[in-house]
Structure formats: C-alpha cells, structure tokens
Write a protein that binds this ligand. Sequence first.
Ligand SMILES: [Zn+2]
Length: 282
Amino acid sequence: MSEASGGSPVKYRFGEMTWREVRDAANAERVAVLPVATIEDHGHHLPIDTDVLLCTTVCERGAALIPEECVLVPPVIHGYSPHHMDFPGTLTIDGHTFIKYVLDITKSLAHHGFTRILIVNGHGSNTPFCEVIARLTVVETGGKALAIAVNHWGINTVRDLVGTIRESPPGGISHACELETSMYLAIKPELVDMSQAVAEMERYPTASIPAWTDLVAGRPAEASAIAWMPYWSTFSQTGVRGDATKATAEKGEQILTAAAEGLAELVKELRRLTIAPRVDHH
Ligand SMILES: [Zn+2]
C-alpha cells in the first residue's frame, strides 16, 4: 500500500473514511470506483456469491495499486437476474429498481463532488443497465459528473490475456465457466468443488440459432446481430454455460493480476481527462 507523506497508508476504501476524508478525496478529484454484481446460481461447483467475490476482488486489487487515485465504494451486491430464478439462491432486483438504485448512488457521489465515477460490473445481465446508469449519471448531473461502465472481463488487459490462455472453445467463457471458475479458484479454492465442474454449451433446444454469448469472443457468427436471453433453465441443466473443466487457479491468478492492472490504468486515464465543457448553441 502506498504511504502518505506522514508515513500512514493512503486510505482508499470509501466506507472506512471519515466525512472529511471523503470531502478531501473528492476535492483531489479521485475516481469513485463502484463494483456492482449479483447473487445467483453458478453451477454445482461454485458458490452463489461468485459474481460478487470476483468483481469486488478485481476492484480491491486494482484500487490497492493506486490508492491515491481513487476511492473504492462499497459494492452493490444485488443485480438483475430474473432469468436465473429457477435455480435456488438467486436474488434478483427489478431492472428499473436496479437502475434507480445505482443511479442514486452515482448521483450521491456526484453531489459530494466526485466528478469521475467508474462502475465496474461483474454480472453479464447487468451490462445494459450499467450502460444506462452511466449515461443517466452524466445527463442527470447536467454533465458535471462523468460516469463510465465496464465489465471486469471486458477490461483490455483481461481480453488480451484470456484470448491467449483460454482452452475452452468459443462459447466456453460465459457463466460459471473457465474464467469465473479460475478466478474463484485463485481467491477461495476451498469453496470450489472441481469434481462437480462440467462443460455445458448446448444450443437452445428448439432453435437452430445458438443462445450463447462468450464474454470474450462475443456471440457466434450466425447470431452475431441477435440479442436474446431465454430463461437459463431452458438451456442449461446445471446452470453452467461454458466449460468449467478447463479452469485452474494459475489462470485465475493471471486473470486477476491483469484485471487489477487494467483497472488501475483505466482509473488513471479517467482521472487525467478533463471534463469538456458543454456549449449551449441556442
Ligand atoms: Zn457469474
């Protein structure tokens, strides 16, 4: 951890700050990093907190690299997962509620003077909502605050790395998959039961169009322009979509390191940029 001039560590965890420290962090134009995820089934081999654990670990490790550049806001652990409700343990938030709730947080941060907000998402189906939240943060603060949303697997360094180390085919990195299982193995191996890990990459049973989306490789070519999300239980027996059998803790550690470094670079870039003034052309 970095040292402040007085020799004490630089605080970056928002919740551990006093209000005067929050004020000073905002005045120093530090970037507010907000992790968001969900609680939902992740196959027979992973806990239901997978998205939360992976996202918060990426953010914690990234923020720890550059504590003086950011504040790490406590995570939003509940997200949009209605299509997973056939699997016990899933807790879902209505999409409109999710948008309003997270937007209230980003607007609160903006109210306190944080002008750069980075929403780091750890759950695929939160993605369109996080994009909307980022847009609305800009619009509803009149352009005072700039918000950016990114999925942790979408960070450049992660995409590049996973493209080279993955062993599963296209469609094999999606959910409770090689990527998520590897990352969990690197953080809490005692909670992963690899004897229960499977590969599930079936097509939707009644359609010739494949339903999968690969977090890194995108959609299959024959369905590249189609967005759809059927109920998960209609195409997956275990809740897995992808190939969890290819996961290792070593890959997970590599991915976490790349994610933390990429996130730190993104934070620095966001902090450096000047928020361009609006021009009223009336
Ligand atoms: Zn997940």
